[in-house]
Design a protein around this ligand. Structure first.
Ligand code: SAH
Ligand code: SF4
Length: 347
């Protein structure tokens, strides 16, 4: 009963202090206060994009920095959370991949990102029928969640627990670059929806774009997808596909894609490439993206083109990289980076 009360204060009401838990006896509150802390990552900067997207640069113990992005949409609000500081995988089109991994996030740091966003959005103490501003979670921020599966699982258990943050498992999507042996665990132990960063239709190109493909190739990845628990039309796998001009965006690619995923209940999210300083790629033209989308769509798969969100604050997919890392790489004497954004804190 006590645990239920404490969880209600922390995850339903957003309490930051044991002393405010008025239905607990005074001496008990004092013991809690003396023994535990309810900590949140510290907000270093908070930027709000012209489109309403919010990006938080957060500091966690050890002085590391991570980013969390809130994306408001009609009828829902999605929080994009990080699972690692940086990423060890070097996908060639991804800004985060150019930052060396510092460490895995703990379950508290992963849940902490949700708490920080709900604080900032004043999204606490909602009635069961009341709309929540953070209604969906995507593990699509910095890091590869399946290189930190245990901590991600423990955090998502709290996010999904009816007495915790109480989000439905179908409102949580975990995105992976394709760590094949861990994919089954997502379905069995976390039980959320799955997104795959697919991005290419031949091993030759995928080896270059998503180098983990050299270890777990397209065939192995699709086999893992076919075996994903509870796969059905109601619980489709999302295949993310970044549109890179002249690299992976031809009609032949679109046709190969639908052939490869044939039989898998799937949705294809086309992500126009988001540029970052020094990136070796360009975004495909809108007409090319549309033609690609049409082919996939005619084959019977939903293929929405993702509108880049928060580009003006470098909050869009693949642009996350913490300011501390940029500053470290900047030449001596410079103020942090050569980009105009560097004047503003954050990326
Ligand atoms: N590491 C995990 C989670 C990150 S999800 C993964 O790779 O799946 C972020 C998504 O944005 C991934 O699909 C990633 O491939 C994609 N992405 C990375 N850089 C991008 C860029 N510059 N433009 C558009 N999408 C990008
Ligand atoms: Fe890491 Fe994902 Fe970026 Fe690849 S796309 S470098 S796995 S964060």
């Amino acid at each position: 009963m006590r645990v239920g009360q404490i969880w209600h204060w922390i995850y339903h009401k957003g309490a930051r202090d044991f002393n405010c838990m008025t239905n607990l006896a005074g001496p008990y509150r004092e013991t809690l206060q003396a023994t535990f802390s309810i900590a949140r990552p510290e907000i270093v900067t908070r930027q709000v994009s012209a489109d309403g997207t919010r990006k938080y640069l957060l500091r966690i113990p050890g002085g590391h920095e991570i980013e969390t992005v809130y994306i408001p949409e009609p009828g829902r609000g999605t929080l994009c959370i990080s699972s690692q500081v940086g990423c060890t995988l070097n996908c060639s089109f991804c800004h985060t991949g150019t930052q060396r991994l510092v460490r895995n996030l703990t379950p508290a740091e992963i849940v902490g990102q949700i708490l920080v966003a709900r604080d900032d959005l004043e999204d606490w103490d909602r009635k069961p029928d009341e709309k929540r501003l953070v209604s969906n979670i995507v593990l699509m921020g910095m890091g590869e969640p399946l290189y930190n599966t245990d901590n991600v699982r423990d955090a998502m258990k709290i996010a999904m627990d009816g007495e915790g943050i109480a989000l439905s498992r179908r409102r949580i999507t975990l995105s992976t670059s394709g760590i094949v042996p861990e994919i089954i665990r997502v379905g069995e132990e976390i039980n959320c929806l799955l997104a795959i960063s697919f991005h290419a239709t031949t091993d030759e190109i995928r080896d270059k774009l998503v180098p983990i493909n050299r270890k777990y190739n397209i065939a192995a990845l699709l086999e893992a997808c076919r075996n994903y628990p509870r796969l059905s039309n109601a619980e489709r796998i999302t295949f993310e596909y970044v549109m890179l001009k002249g690299i992976n965006d031809s009609d032949a690619d679109a046709r190969r894609l639908v052939k490869l995923i044939s039989g898998i209940p799937a949705k294809i999210n086309l992500i126009p490439f988001n540029p970052w300083p020094g990136a070796p790629y360009e975004r495909s033209d809108p007409e090319r993206i549309q033609a690609f989308s049409d082919i996939v769509n005619r084959a019977g798969y939903a293929s929405p083109v993702r509108t880049p969100r928060g580009e003006d604050i470098m909050a869009a997919c693949g642009q996350l990289k913490s300011a501390s890392e940029r500053a470290r790489r900047a030449p001596p004497g410079s103020s942090g980076s050569a980009r105009p954004e560097s004047a503003a804190p954050g990326r």
